[in-house]
Design a protein around this ligand. Structure first.
Ligand code: PLP
Length: 393
């Protein structure tokens, strides 16, 4: 059975065009770009093309891009770099709804003695700009705020935030792992210093990411060793991954229009039909300021994991925002930060679409989900203890 895959914020299928671009780098062109011989050397120009393709999607210059192993590495590199470059500064600012790639790093930095401010969000997922402004001090080394939330798709006003942070003379990093390829970005006209992205969220392979470093930004490498990436990230280049990321970015640029029209229309229909057919359901996050592919819906009195298991029986792949903490299912930190009521919080499901989804797939979900919710609500009062598997979305 071909899955009905609506979990594209978790990862995406590698585009056939990307596959085609990568394969020669496994088969024939396996040389090391740092080698002196021409067999390895011929790879170098292809890496330059890939770098230019990534830069073009961002409205950046190729020398402002370094390749990394993943989005998490880019996030860690950006934040650690700021702290290394400004050792006298001991404070950093993040939002309460960051991905664990930033949150967990901030938590370990707090253990190392750094002061961390977490900016709250309101019930629609909007950042508290007043609290952000008030958090900035001469001791702040970096502010790291995600461009779009992976669970709700809510988009933060990153250009405005970057301006504000810059006015205070502080470095600004954004985790744009979910935004790149889904909404148009043009870094040339922003004050963003550092930006993270990840290949596997945009139909390129897993295990490849990139970090944008604005020209002139002080930088300290995370990985040291060889002189790859002009000394900014050591390690023999993941050539197939880089080629795939470049081609993926090129495709993403070509698909931006479709993301924002066809994918958005599919998402909106899925959402409005589910809300029409299922009582006691709500969309989490600002309905407008949202990625076009993402819908996070809470269904009252049921648990997300139970819904996922039943969807799985029909081959429908989605996500819940719950995490298993000491044997009980806790709503995710994002859902909790938004103050979603208890009865709703446990039954939140994230649908995240891509250009590969079809009308027929959306119809299938619209058909299958309402009876599932109905059955779960009849079967089990929310308060009853049930053994359900844990999944870390
Ligand atoms: N940041 C966000 C917002 C994400 O959604 C993810 C992945 O889910 C990451 C960072 C981590 O990216 P990677 O899986 O490439 O390390």
């Amino acid at each position: 059975m071909k899955p009905v895959y609506v979990d594209n914020n978790a990862t995406t299928q590698v585009a056939p065009e990307v596959m085609e671009a990568i394969l020669p780098y496994f088969r024939e062109l396996y040389g090391n770009p740092s080698s002196m011989h021409s067999f390895g050397g011929q790879v170098g120009p292809r890496l330059r093309t890939a770098r230019a393709q990534v830069a073009a999607l961002l409205g950046a210059e190729p020398d402002e891009i370094i390749f990394t192993g993943c989005g998490s590495e880019s996030d860690n590199t950006a934040i650690r770099s700021a702290l290394a470059c400004y050792p006298e500064k001991r404070h950093l600012v993040i939002s309460r709804v960051e991905h664990p790639a930033v949150r967990s790093l901030a938590a370990s930095l707090a253990k190392e003695g750094y002061r961390v401010s977490e900016i709250p969000v309101d019930s629609q997922g909007h950042l508290d700009m007043g609290k952000l402004r008030a958090s900035l001090t001469p001791d702040t080394a970096i502010v790291s705020i995600m461009w779009a939330n992976n669970e709700t798709g809510v988009i933060f006003p990153i250009e405005e935030i970057a301006e504000l942070v810059h006015r205070h003379g502080i470095l600004f990093h954004t985790d744009a792992v979910q935004a790149v390829g889904k909404i148009p970005l043009n870094l040339a006209r922003t004050k963003i210093d550092l930006l993270s992205l990840s290949g596997h969220k945009l139909h390129a392979p897993k295990g490849i990411g990139a970090l944008y470093i604005r020209r002139g930004t002080k930088f300290s490498p995370f990985l040291v060793g060889g002189h790859q990436e002009k000394g900014r990230r050591a390690g023999t280049e993941n050539v197939p991954g880089i080629i795939g990321l470049g081609r993926g970015c090129e495709l993403a640029a070509a698909n931006l229009e479709a993301e924002n029209t066809r994918v958005r229309a599919l998402r909106d229909r899925l959402e409005s039909e589910l809300l029409r057919r299922i009582p006691d359901a709500q969309v989490n996050g600002d309905p407008e300021q949202r990625l076009p592919n993402t819908s996070n819906i809470s269904f009252a009195y049921v648990e997300g994991e139970s819904i996922l298991l039943m969807l799985d029986e029909f081959g429908i792949c989605a996500s819940s925002g719950s995490a298993c903490t000491s044997g009980s299912l806790e709503p995710s930190h994002v859902i909790r930060a938004m103050g979603v009521p208890f009865t709703m919080a446990h039954g939140s499901i994230r649908f995240s679409l891509s250009v590969y989804n079809t009308e027929a797939e959306i119809d299938f979900i619209i058909d299958k989900l309402p009876p599932i919710i109905d059955r779960l609500r009849q079967l089990s009062p929310f308060s009853r203890d049930r053994a359900v598997p844990c999944s870390l979305a």
